[in-house]
Design a protein around this ligand. Structure first.
Ligand code: LMR
Length: 345
């Protein structure tokens, strides 16, 4: 049995025995202790992995040990295919999936997958804070609320780069290649506009699929590429900065509302402070990962001229944005296009 399956079975057993993460039930209200399991799919050294560790430190310290946070990185416990189900059933209490992973339950979150939504990482807080059209689509999402999923924060990884075994400086270079995507209609439309094929695959499967030649390429920020060793099986990475990977930090509502108010406050503070920390370190971690890849000598990093990048952008904006407006919300897309025309995002 795979290690991850064993962990998953153990977690389910824990839930059955402990009752939604509550330890010591029956003790006086203020002394109850809780276990908060937090599962994610990347390694501990990535922007999400580091933010999760910071969240753990803050919660354990400020709760005086009343909440024990257990982090399960790298798809050890649950992966892309089962983590959202695990959150809803209470087998884990927290997740931070990339927004694209919510496509089937909350398709509006694909707004964050729109190609060239952000010009650079500095744009992210301005375009995606809770009071913007994008932020409202995430933080006020009725489908997540209906499933008892509370959105605490948005964490970033950063901008995506394109990797494959073909040198890519123009959309035509991607024609006929097979790319792994996260399960998102927007990402499928983006690669279709470039004449490429796309296959949704769980993150944990990407390295093997590249290595075995089942797919030709993929898109991810540097930190995800390097920490999964994808570069070792990809000859070229084009620094395209064409898309974004952001994480929706979520908590199971019955667990959250079952915490006493002071501990709910601790969780909220830790979510916000770890989001600040995540923004501080994400760009730096991606730079370091890029340097590691460059030094590995396995992969050529291809820089685009401003004209080449503009041509990539023109091939999908506004075409893909307009095509996906029914899914994302015409009002949201119109607001984003207006901002862009006004020289904003
Ligand atoms: C991916 O599936 O490509 C990434 O979203 C994984 C992650 O969580 O960063």
């Amino acid at each position: 049995m795979r290690r991850r399956t064993v962990w998953a079975l153990l977690a389910v057993l824990c839930v059955l025995l402990a009752g939604c993460g509550l330890r010591g039930a029956g003790q006086a209200g203020g002394s109850d202790t809780y276990v908060l399991r937090f599962s994610h799919v990347v390694t501990a050294k990535t922007p999400k992995g580091k933010a999760a560790q910071r969240f753990e430190e803050i919660v354990e310290q400020r709760s005086g040990g009343r909440i024990a946070v257990e982090i399960y990185p790298n798809s050890e416990l649950f992966g892309d295919e089962d983590e959202l189900q695990a959150l809803q059933s209470g087998a884990v209490q927290m997740l931070a999936p990339a927004s694209a992973k919510f496509t089937t339950i909350a398709p509006e979150l694909q707004v964050l997958d729109l190609p060239f939504l952000f010009r650079d990482v500095e744009d992210i807080p301005r375009v995606a804070s809770p009071d913007t059209a994008v932020g409202r689509a995430i933080f006020g999402n009725p489908e997540l609320a209906r499933r008892d999923i509370v959105v605490l924060e948005l964490w970033d990884n950063g901008l995506k780069q394109l990797s494959s075994n073909t040198r890519m400086t123009a959309a035509e270079d991607l024609a006929g290649l097979r790319f792994r995507i996260q399960p998102s209609d927007v990402l499928r439309a983006q690669f279709a506009a470039w004449g490429a094929q796309s296959t949704p695959l769980a993150f944990a499967e990407v390295y093997n699929a590249l290595q075995q030649g089942l797919i030709d390429g993929q898109e991810n920020p540097w930190s995800n590429i390097e920490s999964q060793n994808m570069h070792t099986v990809q000859r070229y990475i084009t620094e395209s900065d064409h898309g974004y990977v952001g994480y929706v930090l979520t908590i199971n509502r019955p667990f959250f509302e079952g915490l006493p108010p002071d501990l709910q406050q601790v969780v909220r503070e830790a979510a916000t402070e770890s989001a600040h920390y995540n923004r501080e370190v994400a760009a730096q971690l991606n730079e370091e990962a890029k340097k590691t890849i460059a030094e590995a000598g396995t992969t050529e990093i291809v820089q685009l001229t401003p004209e080449q990048r503009a041509a990539f952008e023109a091939s999908v904006v506004p075409k893909v944005w307009d095509e996906q407006a029914d899914v994302i919300g015409r009002d949201v897309v119109d607001e984003l296009l207006a901002q862009r025309r006004a020289g904003g995002a």
